[in-house]
Design a protein around this ligand. Structure first.
Ligand code: HEC
Length: 158
């Protein structure tokens, strides 16, 4: 009797070890740190946004959305240089309403070097560019920006 009890403990031990390996092993196979899932982007919109970006934005913000080096340092006249729009920038900190406003009306302040595109691009064009930006971001930035859009939309005056 004593012998079979011992055996049971052994089997249980092996099962626990195997279970632990399976549990953590599954996490390793999944290979992803836990976080929000990537957004389901509209690929047609991304492609359209890419064309508009190349034609109207890349000359300042860079072919790969990299902005200019030292974009955080203001010029002597207080103006700023084009920031990156990839994850290293702050575009993803803002919701769609703020970004659409800046693209439509230009940068904030009288002497911003960000031009207004309201006379040139439709809102659909601008939304396509935003979708193109999202394609450069990871799930975390995408989710942060989605939440910012929800917050800004909720607080916008009707
Ligand atoms: C003539 C150069 C120039 C062009 C062309 C340009 N930008 Fe900008 N953009 C800037 C500068 C400079 C800033 C920073 C402005 C500031 O801080 O006052 C900026 C800022 C922005 C911002 C706000 C910062 C951020 O990312 O949160 C957005 C959004 C933006 N640009 C989008 C666009 C889009 C979209 C286009 C093309 C349709 C475009 N820009 C074309 C120079 C440009």
């Amino acid at each position: 009797m004593g012998g079979s009890k011992y055996k049971f403990a052994q089997v249980l031990g092996v099962a626990l070890v195997a279970g632990t390996i399976a549990y953590f092993g599954a996490g390793l196979v999944a290979g992803q740190p836990s976080g929000p899932p990537a957004l389901d982007l509209d690929e047609d919109l991304v492609a359209r946004g890419a064309e508009i970006y190349v034609a109207s934005c890349a000359i300042c913000h860079g072919a790969n959305l990299q902005g200019v080096p030292n974009w955080k340092i203001p010029n002597e006249d207080g103006t700023f240089n084009p920031p990156p729009q990839d994850v290293s920038g702050h575009t993803w900190h803002h919701g769609d309403p703020t970004l659409l406003d800046i693209i439509t009306n230009g940068g904030i302040g009288d002497n911003s070097l960000m031009p207004a595109f309201g006379g040139e691009l439709t809102e659909e064009d601008m939304r396509a560019v935003l979708e193109f930006f999202r394609s450069y971001w990871g799930p975390t930035e995408q989710e942060f920006q989605r939440q910012a859009t929800i917050r800004e939309t909720a607080t916008e005056s009707p």
